[in-house]
Design a protein around this ligand. Structure first.
Ligand code: ATP
Length: 489
């Protein structure tokens, strides 16, 4: 059987739309750039992945507790965190098309094109210039110089009519209160990351949840960034969801904890069902670390758009708590009773984008297979995260078969996400569920209800399309065994 993996992001975008995983926001009005809505299947998939993360973090670690902080926070938070001053991307506009680009990504794109044309030496030189941008003059000036010197054209219009490079703050601003005077006193931001909600609640949680260092706070929530480049489906969105965990440790134990979390998080991605050879750890070189970070690495996945970050693991030192300590005037220290020692804990952060994880799961599961001269599209998702777990079909619309199928549906409904379907040929029904990633389909036929003794049904496995005949009373056991033993191909 010939099998094709996903080669093009557009294939997933089309499938996601056609099957009700993901739609563009406000589509009937022409859509809103880089904002997406999750449809019925997408909502289930996203929720299952979120639960998979939450269970791992908070249920399997007795020293990690949850938090659900508000999206709006005191504006001082973002001064203390450095976001007002420094959460910027360098951008440049094409005067001909009025399209905006991230200047560094424009250069990266040019480097990739040079490599594609076999001009490795030129590409290396340019990479070197990009890596050291900001060291000659300012970052904006250096990037502008590179674009001019190498005559990098706008990818869409082909024009070479650029504005200057300017820094662009990625935070969305909004007005606070009913009577806005419009002055800056009323400005609040939509949070660009969930992490700060955790830092400002550090003391609250420590005092109320009776946790002792080392302990972690986990949170899942929306974050907003006014991204300059937003053309890669749900990879780079303006509104997205993060799953973050901040682990507070004693200074001096931070390096070991960082290594532990980096490994744990990579294992989580494998447990989610992502194929190992599509995952890698990309450590940040020392000269590229954020000013507050002692160590950082990305967990990357090989998307159809190349190797890209899904998750970041950072040793944030005591930067955030120290900043909030200073800006708020409130002590954010920990007193270790046993060691009789007071300190500001270091923080190991694991920060993963839920939407990027959904995209990774979809891309990794996608296959096209030639079956009897036909192409079947199938999502080989881990059964634990599949939006629908069990499809239930009467072979044909006859009372006897429908009744048993409904009985099985009722029985399984409490524990599994099930779908009853009696329309179309059985082959079509299987294909529909293959595209939705449903791992198990149960078919009720005459052989099963008319034989002597207990009713039997066939259960068909999505990945290899084999079928077993099983007594109805064994269905749960078979589903559970198959789910536990599932491995990605
Ligand atoms: P990138 O370099 O790709 O912009 P980042 O390093 O700014 O990402 P972080 O600030 O470390 O990202 O955020 C943690 C995680 O949040 C990322 O690993 C990613 O999965 C997710 N994330 C960040 N920005 C976006 C976005 N615009 N859309 C979707 N997910 C995002």
């Amino acid at each position: 059987m010939s099998v094709t993996e996903l080669e093009n992001l557009d294939t997933i975008v089309s499938l996601a739309k056609a099957r009700g995983f993901i739609y563009q926001s406000s589509e009937i009005y022409g859509g809103l750039g880089a904002v997406y809505d999750y449809g019925p299947l997408g909502t289930e998939l996203k929720r299952n992945i979120r639960d998979f993360w939450w269970t791992e973090m908070t249920r399997r670690h007795d020293n990690i507790v949850g938090l659900d902080a508000a999206i709006l926070m005191h504006p001082k938070v973002w001064e203390a965190s450095g976001h007002v001053e420094g959460f910027n991307d360098p951008m440049i506009d094409d005067k001909q098309s009025n399209k905006r680009y991230r200047a560094d990504m424009l250069v990266e794109g040019h480097i990739a094109r040079l490599r594609g044309k076999g001009k490795a030496e030129e590409a290396d030189e340019l990479q070197q210039l990009l890596d050291t941008a900001g060291s000659r003059n300012g970052l904006c000036e250096d990037l502008h110089q590179i674009i001019m010197d190498h005559e990098i054209r706008a990818p869409e219009s082909g024009a070479f009519e650029w504005t200057d490079v300017r820094q662009f703050n990625l935070m969305f601003k909004t007005q606070f209160g009913a009577t806005s005077s419009g002055d800056d006193g009323d400005v609040v931001y939509l949070r660009p990351e969930t992490a700060q909600g955790i830092f400002v609640n550090f003391k609250n949680v420590m005092d109320t949840a009776r946790q002792q260092v080392p302990f972690g706070i986990a949170q899942v929530g929306k974050a907003f960034r006014n991204e300059v480049v937003a053309r890669q489906f749900i990879f780079r969105m303006r509104e997205f969801e993060q799953m973050e965990m901040q682990y507070f440790v004693e200074p001096g134990t931070d390096e070991e904890s960082y290594d532990t979390w980096l490994n744990k998080r990579l294992e989580w991605h494998k447990a989610l069902g992502i194929r190992q050879h599509k995952l890698r750890i990309h450590p940040h070189p020392e000269d590229k670390l954020a000013h507050y970070a002692a160590d950082a690495a990305d967990i990357q996945y090989e998307y159809p758009i190349g190797w890209q970050e899904v998750e970041g693991i950072h040793n944030r030192t005591d930067f955030d708590l120290s900043q909030h300590h200073e800006y708020s005037g409130k002590k954010l220290e920990y007193y270790d009773q046993k060691k009789q020692k007071r300190y500001i804990p270091y923080v190991i952060e694991t920060s993963i984008g839920l939407d990027r994880t959904v995209m990774m799961a979809l891309c990794d599961a996608y296959r096209e297979e030639e079956v009897d001269g036909d192409t079947r599209t199938v999502l080989k998702l881990n059964p634990e995260i599949a939006p629908t777990e069990v499809g239930i079909f009467p072979l044909i619309k006859k009372d006897k078969l429908q009744d048993l199928a409904h009985k099985i549906e009722e029985d399984l409904r409490g524990d599994y996400k099930v779908l009853y379907d009696e329309s179309g040929s059985i082959g079509k029904r299987y294909r529909r569920q293959d595209e939705a990633g449903t791992p198990f389909c149960i078919t009720v036929d005459f052989d099963g209800v008319e034989s002597e003794g207990e009713d039997t049904v066939t259960i068909r496995y999505r990945d290899d399309m084999t079928q077993d005949r099983v007594p109805v009373s064994r269905l749960r056991e078979v589903i559970s065994d198959q789910t536990k033993s599932w491995k990605p191909e």
